[in-house]
Write a protein that binds this ligand. Sequence first.
Ligand SMILES: Cc1cc2nc3c(=O)[nH]c(=O)nc-3n(C[C@H](O)[C@H](O)[C@H](O)COP(=O)(O)OP(=O)(O)OC[C@H]3O[C@@H](n4cnc5c(N)ncnc54)[C@H](O)[C@@H]3O)c2cc1C
Length: 408
Amino acid sequence: MARTSGKHDITIIGGGLGGMTAAIGLAQQGFKVAVIDRAPKGDLTAAAYDGRASALAFATCRMLDALGIWQYMEPYAQPILEIRVTDGPSLMHLHFDNESLGEGPLGHMVENRHTRLALFKRLEDVDGITLYAPDTVTEIVRTPEMTNVTLASGTEITSPLLLGMDGRASMVRAHAGIGVDHFSYKQHGIVCSIEHEFSHCGIAHERFLASGPFAILPLTGNRSSLVWTEKEHLVPTIMKLSDRAFEAEVKRRVGDFLGEVKVIGGRWSYPLTLQYANRYTDTRMALLGDAAHGIHPIAGQGLNLGLRDVAAMVEVLTDAARAGLDIGAPDVLDRYAQWRHTDNTTLYAVTDILNRLFSNDIGPMRLARDIGLAVVNEIPPLKNFFMAHARGTVGELPKLLQGQMPGA
Ligand SMILES: Cc1cc2nc3c(=O)[nH]c(=O)nc-3n(C[C@H](O)[C@H](O)[C@H](O)COP(=O)(O)OP(=O)(O)OC[C@H]3O[C@@H](n4cnc5c(N)ncnc54)[C@H](O)[C@@H]3O)c2cc1C
C-alpha cells in the first residue's frame, strides 16, 4: 500500500543545481516543497560525479547570495577579472575586463561539486523542503485540479504544481507530450583541471581552435578548469590515452604562459547538443533549466539561464500566492513562460551561431570572425553590451537577480 507524504505546494522532479536552488528559493517564500532525485546524495556530491566547474555570472552570484547559498560557496569561488578571446594563432582578439565597468568581477568560477555541497548545507538551514533521493517516479497524474506523483518507494506526493527540472532527457517533458527541437554538434566537451606554476591572475581564456572552443578557466589557487571541445569521433581515443599522453595533449593546447602544467583529478566528457522544448508549460506543470533548454557551453551560460528561470518562477509564484491566486493556474504559468522566452531564445541562438562560426578552419570564415573580434574590441558600447550579457544584468531582471527577495 502506498505511503502518503502529505500535501506539498510544489513538487520538483530533479534535484540538480537548478532544482535544489529552486527548492531553497521557494521554501524561503513559505512554500512546502518536495524534491525528487534518482541519484543518492552521496553520489551527487562525490568528486567523480561531475568534474565541471561553472562560470557563474555576476547577477547569478548575487541571487545565490540573497538565498543564503553563496556563504557556503564563497571560499571556493574564484573571481573572473578578465576574459580574453582569441582565434587560434591570429593576433586579433577580444578583451573584457572588470575595471572598465568598475562594478566588481564579471562573475566567479566555482566547481559544481562545491556548489552542490553548498546547496545541501543550505537545505539544512531552510524549513519546508522534503528531499526524496534516491527515488524514482513510477507515475505522474495531472488533472486540472491537482498533480499526484508516485515514487518507487511507495510515497505519493500531491501538490497543485509540478516543476520539471530533470535535465536534458526530461521525463516530465516527455510525460507532458512536449516535443523538443534537438541538434547534435557532434562534439564533446572534455573537462579536466590543471595545476600550474604561475598565477592565472583571474583571467578566463577562450581560444578558438579548429575542433572547437578551448577554455582555460581560473579556479582558486594556481588551478584552472579546462573545457576542451573536440570532434565526437576523436573523443573515445582521447579519453583512453594514458595519463602521460593526455597531459602532453593538454600542455600542447594550453601553451607555456602558465609555466609548468600538471593535470589533476580525473577527466570527463560530455556530448554537446542544442535543444529547446516546444513550450515550457502544460496542465499544472512547468519546465525549467536544461529540461526546457540545453545550449552549447561556449559562453558558460547554461546554468546561468536555468537559474534565471528559477528566479523568475520564484517571483511569479510568490506574487500569485500573495494575491490569493492558484499557483498552478495557466495564466500564472504563462507569466513565467513569457518572462523567460526572450532571454532563453537569444542565448540559444547566440551560442549556436558562435559555435558554428568558430568551430571550423575555413579561410574566409576565419577572416570574417577575426575582423568581428577586432571590431567589438574597439567599439566600447558594443563591448559593454557583451559584457553586460556575460554579467547577466540585461533585460527585465527578477528581484533575486538584483540581490533582493521577491515580495520584500
Ligand atoms: C562541459 C560543460 C561545461 C559547462 N559550463 C558551464 C558554465 O561554465 N556556466 C554555466 O552557466 N553552465 C555551464 N554548463 C551548463 C550546465 O552544466 C547545465 O546547464 C546545468 O547543469 C543544468 O542544470 P539542471 O539542474 O537544469 O539540470 P541537470 O544538471 O541535468 O540536473 C538534473 C537532475 O535531475 C535528476 N534526474 C534526471 N532524471 C530524473 C528522473 N527521471 N527522476 C528523478 N531525478 C531525475 C538528475 O539526477 C539530476 O540531478 C556546462 C555544461 C557542460 C556540458
